[in-house]
Design a protein around this ligand. Structure first.
Ligand SMILES: Cc1ncc(COP(=O)(O)O)c(C=O)c1O
Length: 380
């Protein structure tokens, strides 16, 4: 359910299927190729099963209950979210196992979370004494024992405790009243700062090695580390069963984008999402489309600009206004005309999804399904 009555590209009254070049569909609209999504879900589920990793997809990519359910049906043990409101949307949609992989700070977050604590298994992450203290208070308030993972910094330097200090926080949780020390987690997002295959592998191997060392430190104090949660769409592929990682949390893999393509985590035909846009102006080798920064976002890539044109891979979106995307072609734009529809591949698909109330599942050139983005703009 969307909170406000947003105008949608496709009227609720329109019966599906329709062709995605149908005039009944307004643009810009975001299309999701369901055959590719299903293959992506299946591939990651098989990878996890083969290596003995539990799979807990991060839903910040799709933000959709329907897609979380498909991931769970394919074998995921639950999901991971970044925010309480994402977790709440998923729990209200029927998801029963959630890790909120973010240190929660602020009274309103706990009020929001309190309303769904009885409906699902919810685990939290912490990287400081202050956050653990607020979790102890929250556990007492809701009258439940809450599982907590210590977040470890394996090089991203965003959140996470230094590896050597994880043991202190693990023991604080274990000795507390109301919390259960469940294990350790990390996100090695610094992998996006490298480009060479060998450097990507090195980041992932370092992530696994640090988590193994932290596990040993914690176990030496007599605690049981049930969960070691690590690994993204990019890094999980480099883990080995003997690393001791118990759980992986890839998110982007369900859709993929030009960032996962560039970091060798997907093939070109594994990118599931495109923005359908209409050409509103043509001049020599310049095309202007009705998708600007409020659709494509301002995430820019040195090779692909703000997005890649499906119809001409040599063209890229080079300039954006809020509602205009400007593409430069290498040759005259004779093949293109005002009113023609084109499709763009995202640089970073997760941020696209946050701007859409609804996206459209396609098979071939038909729209067959409306996919609600239940956690659109759920940053609280
Ligand atoms: C804490 C955490 N876990 C998992 C992920 C999933 O990463 P990816 O989308 O690269 O698979 C992210 C991504 O931002 C994250 O922040």
């Amino acid at each position: 359910m969307t909170a406000v009555d947003l105008p949608l590209p496709l009227s609720r009254e329109t019966d599906l299927p329709i062709a995605f070049d149908s005039a009944a569909l307004d643009t810009p609209a975001v299309l999701v190729d369901l055959d590719i999504v299903e293959a992506n879900i299946d591939r990651m589920a098989k990878f996890a099963a083969r290596n003995g990793f539990a799979l807990r997809p991060h839903i910040k990519t799709h933000k959709s209950v329907a897609l979380a359910r498909r991931q769970i049906v394919a074998g995921a043990v639950g999901i991971c979210t970044a925010t309480v409101s994402e977790a709440k949307a998923m729990i209200e949609g029927g998801v029963r196992d959630v890790l909120i992989a973010y240190p929660l700070v602020g009274k309103r977050k706990f009020e929001r979370l309190g309303s769904v604590m009885g409906l699902a298994n919810v685990a939290l992450a912490a990287d400081s004494e202050a956050v653990i203290e607020s979790y102890i208070e929250f556990a007492e308030h809701v009258g439940r024992v809450i599982p907590v993972l210590v977040e470890v910094d394996t090089g991203m330097h965003r959140v996470g405790v230094a590896p050597k200090r994880a043991v202190v926080l693990a023991n604080m949780i274990a000795k507390s009243h109301g919390l259960e020390f469940r294990g350790i987690m990390t996100h090695a997002g610094q992998v996006h700062d490298v480009t060479a295959a060998a450097d990507i592998a090195a980041v992932a191997r370092q992530e696994a090695a640090t988590m193994g060392a932290v596990r040993q430190d914690v176990e030496r104090t007599g605690l049981d580390v049930q969960v070691i949660s690590a690994g993204s769409t990019i890094t999980a592929a480099y883990f080995r069963p003997e690393d001791g990682i118990t759980e992986i949390r890839p998110g982007t893999y369900i859709y993929n984008d030009l960032r996962t393509l560039e970091l060798f985590a997907c093939a070109r035909d594994a990118m599931a999402v495109t923005a359908l846009a209409t050409i509103v102006s043509v001049d020599n080798s310049r095309l202007t489309i009705d998708a600007g920064s409020k659709t494509l976002t301002v995430t820019r890539d040195s090779a692909f600009g703000y997005g890649l044109l499906v119809e001409d891979n040599a063209a890229k979106v080079t300039r954006l206004s809020e509602e205009h995307g400007v593409l430069s072609l290498l040759t005259a734009a004779e093949r293109f005309r005002v009113g023609q529809r084109v499709r763009l591949v995202p640089v970073h698909v997760c941020v696209w999804m946050d701007l859409q109330a609804e996206v459209y599942g396609t098979r071939g050139s038909q729209i067959v399904e409306r996919i609600e983005v239940d956690a659109m703009r759920h940053s609280l």
